[in-house]
Design a protein around this ligand. Structure first.
Ligand SMILES: NC(=O)c1ccc[n+]([C@@H]2O[C@H](COP(=O)([O-])OP(=O)(O)OC[C@H]3O[C@@H](n4cnc5c(N)ncnc54)[C@H](OP(=O)(O)O)[C@@H]3O)[C@@H](O)[C@H]2O)c1
Length: 173
């Protein structure tokens, strides 16, 4: 997920307009359209919580025709053919439905869902992109996740707009 330096992934009212950075970092890299297209092509399936799903519908659907699993205990009826809902045990979802069918499964968030995946040790990697902003308040990413987890730093990238991407492998380094 994308976070402010002080660990928030959205403002209290859900506002994520601050994800558009106005900063400039001279030595940072710039992604071309081709880079972004290739990166998106590498994702085989998205998983997200119902709040993130509903916000994506409001802001403009960015996931195209890639399969999307929305976690919800409500009877949502998605209009899109590539969107399905799931309620139940997350290990069953991952090991019985997702891993046999998809290689690169991207948990979009929000923090409720991301934390469940980390707590249940279902995440192989955690990618956090830090934006050059202190929000001061909002919805926290890791607030009191309640368990220690060793990570292995795999990659660090700094971008022209001041965003720093940290990629960690989860497990015993
Ligand atoms: N900065 C970023 O990169 C980023 C990325 C994603 C989201 N966000 C932000 O995060 C906020 C939303 O995050 P959030 O943590 O409040 O909500 P969320 O994780 O998007 O959704 C939580 C909802 O997902 C459902 N859910 C979660 N675990 C479930 C399970 N095991 N089984 C069935 N349903 C399950 C429940 O839905 P029901 O209530 O329907 O049962 C729960 O209320 C938004 O403001 C969004 O902008 C930021």
């Amino acid at each position: 997920m994308v976070s402010s330096l002080d660990g928030f992934v959205a403002k209290k009212d859900g506002d994520v307009s601050w994800l558009q950075s106005t900063d400039s970092y001279e030595k940072g890299i710039t992604l071309t359209e081709k880079d972004i297209a290739e990166f998106l092509k590498s994702i085989d399936c998205y998983v997200m919580g119902s709040r993130t799903y509903q916000q994506a519908l409001e802001l403009g659907w960015p996931y195209g025709e890639v399969p999307v699993v929305v976690l919800t205990n409500r009877a949502l009826r998605p209009d899109r053919k590539n969107v399905g809902c799931y309620a139940g045990e997350l290990p069953s979802l991952v090991y019985e439905q997702l891993k046999p069918n998809y290689q690169n499964i991207w948990v979009v968030g929000g923090p409720t869902v991301a934390k469940e995946f980390i707590q249940l040790q279902l995440a192989d990697e955690i990618i956090v992109s830090i934006m050059p902003i202190i929000l001061g308040d909002g919805i926290q990413f890791f607030d009191y996740i309640g368990q220690e987890q060793r990570l292995h730093l795999k990659e660090v990238k700094a971008y022209k707009d001041g965003m720093v991407e940290l990629r960690y492998e989860v497990g015993n380094p």
